[in-house]
Design a protein around this ligand. Structure first.
Ligand code: HEC
Length: 96
């Protein structure tokens, strides 16, 4: 029974990361680049941060994504809290 639970938890984690990756590709990569380093044309122009080097905690990241900051637009009304959580998990997981 315990083992079944672990497998289910791992599957759930994988699904969350997969969603996060898809969200990152469609909503974030234009500015932050596909690898999160902010080297896209738009990213350089706006000064997007290198997310792979971010020192923010997951909770702080969710705050920035929800409310926006500087030239980054807020995603609070565009993504659900669960989606924001997933995309943050993808960044914290090393953008892979
Ligand atoms: C319109 C371009 C743009 C888009 C789209 C965008 N960002 Fe940003 N992002 C920026 C810029 C510019 C900054 C730097 C903000 C500042 O001046 O502090 C930033 C900062 C951040 C930070 C703070 C990093 C740090 O270490 O301080 C996080 C986290 C972040 N973005 C995540 C995301 C996520 C996740 C998405 C997609 C849901 C996203 N961004 C979409 C432009 C963008």
């Amino acid at each position: 029974m315990k083992r079944l639970f672990v497998v289910a938890a791992l599957l759930a984690a994988n699904v969350a990361v997969a969603d996060g990756k898809a969200i990152f590709g469609s909503k974030c990569a234009a500015c932050h680049g596909p690898d999160g380093k902010g080297q896209s044309a738009m990213g350089k122009k706006l000064g997007a941060k290198d997310l792979s080097a971010s020192k923010l905690t997951a909770a702080e990241m969710e705050g920035v994504v929800t409310k926006g900051r500087g030239k980054m637009t807020p995603f609070g009304g565009k993504l659900t809290p669960a989606e924001i959580h997933d995309v943050t998990a993808f960044i914290k997981g090393g953008l892979k």
